[in-house]
Design a protein around this ligand. Structure first.
Ligand code: AVJ
Length: 330
C-alpha cells in the first residue's frame, strides 16, 4: 500500500531531495567548493542573462548575431539537404529568446525549405514562450517544442524519419571542460547520420582584457548574475547566504583559454542549508567556483571536432574574428 511504501522510505516521502539540493551537498563538500553554472538559469537568472546579452562589454551575442546576418544565405545553404524539397527537422539546443535563430529561420523559409523547428530545453516555460512568440512572428513556420535534456532529445528525434540539423549556438559549449567538449559533441552526433548537420557557436580567443571585461562588466550585471546563484539557494533551499559577504570574481587565463568565475567569501562564515539539514563553513577569501567559459582558436575547434569524430564542413566568422559558427557533419 501507499502507507507501507511511505514507511519504507520516510525521508524521500517527507521531503524529496531535489537535484539542486543534491548538487549543493556534493559541490560544497569538495576541497575546492564548486556549483554548476547550469543552475544560474532560474527565472531571475534568465532575466539577468538577457541583460548581460545587451551589455556593451558582452560582445559574443552581438557578434554572433552579426555573423549569422552576414552569412545567413551561405549558412542556410550549408545546412540544407541537397534536394531542397526533402523535409528536415531543425533542432535547437537551449534556444533562449530565439533572436539569433530567427535570422536563420527567416532565411530558410525565404529559400523555400521544408522543415520543422524543434526548440529543446529542460524548461517548459522557455520552450512554450519561444514557440508562442514564433507562432505570432512566423505563422508559416512549423514549430514542435520539446522539453527534454539535449542528448535525450536527439535520441528521441533519431527515430523520426527525416534529416536532422542541430543548432548549439552562443558558445554554450564553452561551459564544458575541454575533455567534456568533445565527449558532448560525440554524444550529440551519436544518434545522427552522415547527412545530418550540426551548427555550433564558438567564442574565439582575442585581447585578454576584452574577454575579461565581458565577464566583469562596469554595471555589475554579471556580478548580480553570479550572486543570484546564492539567492537561488536562499529561495529554493531556505539557505541563509548573506549576499553582503560575497563577491563576484572572474579571471581569463590566455594559456588555457578559460574564463573562470568565482563567488568569494569576504569573511569567515557558516551558512545553514535547512533543506539538507547541514552547515557549510567558509574561510575568509575561500571561493566557490561557479563557471568556466572556454575561448577557442580555429585549431582547437578542429581538434575538438576531430576528437568527436566530426568533419568540419564550413567555418563562418565575423570580420574581427571574435566568434565562429561552424558546420559539422558526422
Ligand atoms: C550562456 C554560457 C554562453 O559563458 O558567455 C555570460 C554565460 N556567464 N556571462 C558565457 C555567461 C557570464 C554565457 N553562456
Amino acid at each position: 500500500s501507499a502507507d507501507s511504501a511511505a514507511a519504507a522510505h520516510p525521508a524521500q516521502t517527507a521531503s524529496p531531495t531535489s537535484a539542486l539540493a543534491r548538487h549543493v551537498a556534493e559541490g560544497l563538500s569538495r576541497p575546492q567548493k564548486t556549483l554548476s553554472s547550469m543552475y544560474f538559469y532560474d527565472d531571475e537568472g534568465s532575466r539577468l542573462f538577457q541583460q548581460i546579452m545587451a551589455l556593451p562589454e558582452y560582445y559574443p551575442t552581438r557578434t554572433e548575431f552579426g555573423l549569422l546576418t552576414t552569412h545567413a544565405a551561405a549558412i542556410a545553404a550549408a545546412l540544407r539537404p541537397e534536394t531542397a524539397a526533402e523535409p528536415f527537422f531543425l533542432l535547437e539546443l537551449g534556444a533562449g529568446d530565439g533572436l539569433k535563430t530567427k535570422i536563420l529561420l527567416r532565411e530558410l523559409l525565404a529559400a523555400g525549405a521544408s522543415f520543422t523547428y524543434v526548440p529543446v530545453d529542460i524548461s517548459t516555460a522557455a520552450v512554450e514562450g519561444l514557440a508562442e512568440s514564433l507562432r505570432r512572428e512566423l505563422p508559416e513556420l512549423r514549430v514542435e517544442g520539446l522539453v527534454a535534456e539535449y542528448t535525450r532529445a536527439l535520441t528521441l528525434m533519431a527515430s523520426r524519419p527525416g534529416r536532422k540539423v542541430v543548432l548549439f549556438l552562443g558558445s554554450n559549449i564553452g561551459n564544458f571542460l575541454p575533455a567534456d567538449q568533445h565527449e558532448f559533441l560525440r554524444a550529440l552526433a551519436q544518434p545522427l547520420t552522415p547527412d545530418d548537420r550540426l551548427l555550433v557557436g564558438f567564442d574565439l580567443q582575442k585581447d585578454p582584457r576584452q574577454i575579461r571585461n565581458a565577464y566583469d562588466d562596469s554595471q555589475g550585471v554579471t556580478a548580480a548574475f553570479n550572486l543570484n546563484l546564492l539567492r537561488r539557494l536562499n529561495r529554493e533551499l531556505d539557505a541563509d547566504f548573506d549576499l553582503s559577504r560575497w563577491q563576484h570574481y572572474t579571471d581569463y587565463d590566455p594559456l588555457s583559454g578559460a574564463v573562470r568565475s568565482f563567488l568569494v567569501s569576504t569573511h569567515q562564515q557558516t551558512v545553514r542549508v535547512p533543506a539538507l539539514d547541514r552547515d557549510f563553513d567558509f574561510a575568509a577569501w575561500e571561493t566557490i567556483h561557479t563557471e568556466n567559459s572556454y575561448k577557442f582558436t580555429q585549431p582547437l575547434i578542429r581538434a575538438a571536432a576531430a576528437a568527436a569524430g566530426l568533419d568540419v564542413q564550413a567555418f563562418f566568422t565575423d570580420d574581427k574574428q571574435y566568434f565562429a559558427d561552424v558546420v559539422l557533419s558526422p
